[in-house]
Write a protein that binds this ligand. Structure first.
Ligand code: ADP
Ligand code: ZN
Length: 597
C-alpha cells in the first residue's frame, strides 16, 4: 500500500484527506467496486484521480458535463498528469487523434461522455487498451428517480461488460435517496460495491436567511464589503436577472448574467467571464451552475425563496468548494411566495399539454416541496440542523454556531456569560497571557501569532466574536477593577484568576458550553496587499496557461501563502495546497511576487 498522504501532497499539494476520500481510494486500490455518496464540493475527483495515477493502465471517467471535462483535463495538466476528453465538442478527426494517442499510452485518464461509449471507434480502442478503472461521475443520471435522468447512462454497464478484463468500477453522486442508490448499484452492475457516505454537511458554509426592506441595497452593500470575492446571485426569473445585473453594473460592480433567454454565445461568454475572474459576480436563474467547477466562489445569494430545499442546497453548495469559509444567504420576502406559486403553476401548464396525469402528480409534489422550503427557511431553530434533517440526517449538535439563527441567539450574550467565558480562557491557558491576547483570541482574530501557535484551535477561539474586541477589553478592565482578575507577571503583565472568581467559575460548571463559537465567515486574515500581489501573479500565469485562475491555485492557498509569507522554496512547499508540480512551475515566481513592493 503506498503512503497515500504522500501521494496526495505530491500531486495535489494537500496535507490531509477530506472525509471519505481515503476510504474510497483504499477500496479502489484493493480492487473492490465503490458507490460514493458525497456532497458537491467534497472532493470526489481526487477519489478517482489519485487511484488512476497509482494503478497501472488507464482510467475512464464517464461524465455528462461536457464543459467540465475541459476544465478537469486542464487542471490535471497543471498537476503534471496527461489526460484527454472525448465528447461531442471534438471533430471526428480530433476524436480519432485522441484515441490514437490514447492507444499509444499517452494518457493516464480519459474523460468520456456516456453516448460516446457506444461508438465503434471508442469500443475498438477499449478492446485493446488496458483499462484498470472506470469511474462514473454524476451516477444518479442512470436512475429515473434521480433529478437528472439520462438514457445514455444505461449504456455504461453494457460497455463495461464488453471489456476483455473487468476493471474496478467506482460510481459517484451527491444524491442519496435509497431508490437512486439501489438503481445505481443495479443498473451499473456494480459488484458487491462498498458504499461510502460522508453525510451532507458542508462545515465551511455559513447559512443565512435575511429579510431586508430593500434587497438591492443589501446586495450592493454585501458585494462591496467583499471586494475581489466571487459570487453567484440566483434570481427566480429572467427579467429580475436582467434588472439586477444592470443595476449592479450601473453601480460599478463587474457583474454578468446567465439565463435561458440569452443566446448560446452570450451564455458561453458570460460563464467564461465569471470562471476566469473577469466578472466578480454572476446574476443567474437556476439554469446556471451545472457543469461549472469554479472552486473560488465565496458567496451564493438567493434573491428569492427557492422552489425546494434540494435545489437550494445544490445551488448554495457551489460556494466554498476549495474548503475556504463561504457564505450562503437567502433573501426572503413575502412577495416571493406568490412568485413561486406562479412559477409552479406555469410549469404545470407546460407539462399538462403533454402528460396530463404526470402533471397533476408532479404539481402536488412540487407544491409540497415549496411549502417545505418556506417552512424550513422561516424556522427559528438552527438552519444547518434543519437542512440536514430534511435530507434525513441527524446533526450531531443542537446548534451549529454558523447560521443566522445560531448567530442571532449568540447576540444575547449576557455580561455574566461574557465574564465566565473570559475566565474560562484565562484558566484554560494557565495565566500565560495579557489582556490583549485574551481579547484577540476571544474575538476570533486570525493574526500570525495566533495561527502560528495554534490558538485558533482553542475551544474559546472566537466565542465572543459578536461582542467585538473593544467590548471584551472593557469587560476585562472591569473584571480587573472588581478584582475577579489579577494582573501579575515579572517580564510582562499576564492575567490570573482571583481565588474567589476561580470558585465562581467552578460553581458555574459547564462554562465551556457558554457561547458556542460563531464563526464569522471569512477566510484567514491575510494582508490585503499581499493577496492582491499574489492574485495579480496568478492572473498572469492563468492567461499564459490558458486556464481559469482557480486552476493555477485556489484562493485558500493564496491566503495561506499571504499569511505565512514563505521566504524560500522549502517553506513554500510546506504550505497546504502546494504540490510538487506547482513548486516546480511557479515556486520561484511566487517568491518573487511576494518580494515585490
Ligand atoms: P466535487 O466533485 O465533490 O463537487 P471536486 O472534486 O470538484 O468536488 O473538489 C472540490 C474542490 O476541493 C477542488 O478544488 C479540489 O481541488 C479540492 N479538494 C479536493 N480534495 C481536497 C483535499 N483533500 N484537501 C483540500 N482540497 C481538496
Ligand atoms: Zn445553526
Amino acid at each position: 500500500m503506498p503512503e497515500l498522504e504522500k501521494e496526495l501532497k505530491k500531486y495535489y499539494g494537500y496535507d490531509t484527506f477530506r472525509a471519505g476520500q481515503r476510504e474510497v481510494i483504499d477500496t479502489i486500490l484493493n480492487g473492490r467496486d465503490v458507490l460514493a455518496i458525497m456532497p458537491t464540493g467534497s472532493g470526489k475527483s481526487v477519489c478517482y484521480q489519485l487511484p488512476a495515477l497509482l494503478l497501472g493502465g488507464i482510467t475512464i471517467v464517464v461524465s455528462p458535463l461536457i464543459s467540465l471535462m475541459k476544465d478537469q483535463v486542464a487542471a490535471l495538466g497543471e498537476i503534471g498528469v496527461r489526460a484527454a476528453y472525448i465528447n461531442s465538442s471534438l471533430t471526428p478527426n480530433q476524436t480519432l487523434l485522441a484515441l490514437k494517442n490514447a492507444s499509444r499510452g499517452m494518457y493516464k485518464i480519459i474523460y468520456v461522455a456516456p453516448e460516446r461509449l457506444e461508438t465503434d471507434s471508442f469500443r475498438q480502442f477499449s478492446h485493446r487498451a488496458d483499462i484498470s478503472l472506470v469511474a462514473i461521475d454524476e451516477a444518479h443520471c442512470v436512475s429515473q428517480w434521480g433529478h437528472d435522468f439520462r438514457r445514455s447512462y444505461l449504456n455504461v454497464s453494457n460497455y463495461i461488460a464488453t471489456l476483455p478484463k473487468r476493471p474496478v468500477v467506482a460510481a459517484f453522486t451527491a444524491t442519496a435517496t435509497e431508490r437512486v442508490r439501489r438503481d445505481i448499484s443495479d443498473l451499473l452492475c456494480l459488484h458487491d460495491p462498498k458504499c461510502v457516505t460522508t453525510g451532507y454537511d458542508r462545515p465551511n458554509l455559513y447559512f443565512g436567511v435575511d429579510n431586508p426592506k430593500d434587497k438591492f441595497s443589501y446586495v450592493l452593500d454585501f458585494i462591496r464589503r467583499r471586494r475581489g470575492k466571487s459570487g453567484i446571485i440566483y434570481c427566480s426569473t429572467r427579467k429580475q436577472t436582467d434588472l439586477l445585473c444592470d443595476a449592479l453594473r450601473d453601480r460599478g460592480i463587474e457583474a454578468c448574467k446567465y439565463h435561458a433567454g440569452l443566446t448560446d454565445a452570450e451564455r458561453g461568454k458570460n460563464q467564461e467571464d465569471f470562471v476566469y475572474d473577469r466578472a466578480t459576480v454572476i446574476v443567474a436563474t437556476n439554469a446556471f451552475g451545472m457543469g461549472i467547477d469554479k472552486s473560488n466562489v465565496s458567496f451564493v445569494i438567493h434573491y428569492n425563496m427557492p422552489l425546494s430545499v434540494e435545489s437550494y442546497y445544490q445551488e448554495a453548495g457551489r460556494a466554498g468548494r476549495d474548503g475556504a469559509n463561504a457564505e450562503c444567504v437567502l433573501l426572503y420576502s413575502k412577495a416571493d411566495i406568490a412568485v413561486g406559486k406562479f412559477m409552479l403553476d406555469r410549469s404545470f401548464d407546460a407539462l399538462k399539454e403533454e402528460f396530463p396525469e404526470e402533471a397533476e402528480a408532479s404539481l402536488e409534489v412540487n407544491r409540497q416541496k415549496f411549502d417545505d422550503a418556506i417552512k424550513l427557511f422561516g424556522s427559528k431553530s438552527c438552519l444547518r440542523a434543519r437542512i440536514l434533517d430534511y435530507f434525513g440526517e441527524a446533526y450531531k449538535n443542537k446548534t451549529c454556531g454558523k447560521c443566522s439563527v445560531c448567530l442571532k441567539k449568540n447576540t444575547a450574550l449576557t455580561p455574566n456569560s461574557v465574564k465566565l467565558t473570559v475566565g474560562a480562557l484565562v484558566k484554560a491557558t494557565g495565566g500565560r497571557f495579557g489582556a490583549s491576547m485574551i481579547a484577540s483570541i476571544l474575538s476570533g482574530e486570525k493574526n500570525e501569532r495566533i495561527i502560528e501557535r495554534g490558538f485558533d484551535k482553542l475551544y474559546e477561539f472566537g466565542s465572543l466574536r459578536l461582542s467585538g474586541k473593544l467590548k471584551i477589553r472593557d469587560m476585562i478592565d472591569a473584571m480587573i477593577a472588581e478584582g475577579s482578575l489579577e494582573v501579575c507577571g515579572s517580564q510582562y503583565p499576564v492575567l490570573k484568576l482571583s481565588p474567589e472568581f476561580e470558585k465562581t467559575l467552578a460553581a458555574a460548571g459547564a462554562v465551556r458550553t457558554v457561547a458556542a463559537a460563531p464563526l464569522v465567515p471569512n477566510t484567514l486574515k491575510a494582508d490585503v496587499k499581499t493577496v492582491e500581489k499574489l492574485k495579480c501573479w496568478r492572473k498572469k500565469a492563468a492567461d499564459i496557461a490558458g486556464v481559469p485562475p482557480y486552476i493555477i491555485m485556489s484562493d485558500l492557498t493564496i491566503d495561506r501563502i499571504a499569511v505565512s509569507r514563505p521566504r524560500n522554496i522549502i517553506e513554500l512547499s510546506r504550505i497546504d495546497g502546494m504540490s510538487d508540480e506547482r513548486i516546480k512551475r511557479y515556486g520561484k515566481n511566487i517568491l518573487s511576487a511576494l518580494a515585490k513592493d
